[in-house]
Design a protein around this ligand. Structure first.
Ligand code: HGY
Ligand code: MN
Ligand code: MN
Length: 421
């Protein structure tokens, strides 16, 4: 079989991941490069430089996204392709989540240029600003801006520091009003494709090398505030209390029970709980919890909100505790394009890689890019199914297979006529 010339360079991929992994807040465990932080600001010049080295024309758009463009031979006539992901991390996270999709896409472009392959369509490679949820509770800031779903009320969201998202964007050197005016037209893209680590155990359990993502989970988030009565922990009988924290603790287990009962793919997580005043010898008068629910099944997701509000409300009332629940929909469940799913599967077959269809429990920029055209995602395995943790790891061989499929899919998409969304 003739040696293929259009192949990714494993050493280049490994070196670029290692280099970016070095630009972090090293006062934390694992890898921390949160949006708007100094390490994040520093890392973006490094990503832009990598894009330029690969032959991309680079600019930062109104939404703070680093956009690399590879001109196509018929770029003026045909709708463009777009690929990318994010390079911000969660706190004490890993060095592959999002990063593989940005650096892998840059390597895909470098491989095409080495092989003298020219696409007919323009290809955009994007490092989207701030994909991870931030203190303002707004995830995917940059991709929302491109998709036209970053809203003025998002900019007014106030974080734990008291700052707003808009004010923080300004301090980062961005103009929030430009971020609101940065939308591409719906249907502007021929296709959007994102390479990402799975962040769960499905591919490792089945032994498949490539995941063809079927849908990206919808995410609903809630903040529940429980208001009880502050009392002496020693002198107040158990049946005379209005204990805000026990009501919240009961809610945590109710939320978990709902997640365990999801029929298809559904999960429920309470990520944080706080109590006031927080002393050994005082019955808590106030408690708060932050939780999220996810599913690719929109019907289950909307049903669970009503059930939780009822169950948590009844238990709080039984304990004489007041309850306020605020809901925030982070994103709706988004199916991927069946046409592009088939192209990914055929590419994996052609390249000799095993593959399987998998849902994405994680949220992604791709969910918002679906506003602009047919969208799909390529997953590669996560060792031990771990992610959003220092243990997050994907071997270079797996990343190379993902980039290999990405290259093949991009060249197939480039030739394909109009795709059904
Ligand atoms: O939270 C998520 O699912 C994504 O990793 N931001
Ligand atoms: Mn993430
Ligand atoms: Mn991610």
């Amino acid at each position: 079989m003739s040696a293929r010339i259009l192949t990714p360079d494993a050493d280049a991929i490994e070196a670029s991941i290692a280099q970016l992994a070095g630009i972090v807040d090293d006062s934390e465990e694992g890898w921390t490069r949160q949006v708007f932080s100094d390490p994040y600001k520093l890392s973006r010049e490094s990503v832009a430089e990598r894009m330029r080295e690969a032959g991309l024309e680079v600019h930062v758009d109104g939404g703070g996204n680093i956009v690399g463009r590879l001109a196509g031979t018929r770029g003026g006539e045909l709708k463009p392709l777009m690929t990318g992901s994010h390079t911000d991390t969660v706190r004490a996270g890993g060095r592959f989540d999002g990063i593989v999709g940005v650096l892998g896409a840059i390597e895909a472009v470098a491989a095409m240029r080495r092989a003298g392959v020219q696409l007919q369509r323009d290809l955009y490679v994007v490092d989207f600003l701030g994909e991870e949820p931030n203190e303002f509770g707004v995830s995917c800031v940059g991709s929302r801006s491109v998709a036209g779903v970053l809203l003025p009320e998002h900019l007014d969201m106030r974080g734990t520091s008291g700052a707003t998202l808009g004010g923080t964007m300004e301090r980062f050197g961005l103009d929030p009003q430009r971020a609101l005016a940065n939308a591409w037209q719906p249907g502007a893209l021929h296709a959007y494709i994102e390479l990402h680590i799975e962040q769960g155990p499905m591919l490792e359990r089945s032994g498949d090398q490539i995941g063809v993502v079927t849908a990206i989970a919808g995410i609903d988030r809630l903040m529940a505030t429980f208001t009880g009565r502050q009392d002496h922990a020693g002198a107040t009988p158990m049946d005379a209390r209005m204990d805000a924290l026990t009501a919240a603790a009961s809610a945590v287990l109710t939320i978990e029970r709902e997640g365990c009962g999801a029929p298809v793919h559904g999960v429920a997580t309470t990520g944080r709980i706080e109590a006031y005043p927080g002393s050994f010898n005082i019955v808590p008068s106030e408690a708060r919890l932050w939780a999220e629910l996810r599913s690719t099944d929109s019907e289950w997701l909307s049903g669970v909100k009503g059930r939780l509000a009822k169950e948590i409300g009844e238990e709080a009332e039984r304990r004489g505790v007041g309850l306020m629940i605020e809901w925030l929909t982070d994103q709706d469940a988004v199916p991927t394009s069946p046409a592009i799913r088939d192209i990914i599967a055929r590419s994996a077959d052609r390249l000799g890689y095993s593959w399987k269809p998998v849902p994405s429990g994680a949220g992604h920029d791709a969910a918002h890019l679906a506003h602009l055209g047919p969208m799909a995602m390529i997953f590669i395995p996560s060792v031990g199914g771990r992610s959003h943790a220092p243990e997050e790891f994907t071997p270079t061989d797996d990343i190379v297979r993902g980039v290999d499929v990405l290259i093949d899919v991009l060249t197939e998409l480039d030739r394909a006529e109009a795709l059904l969304a």
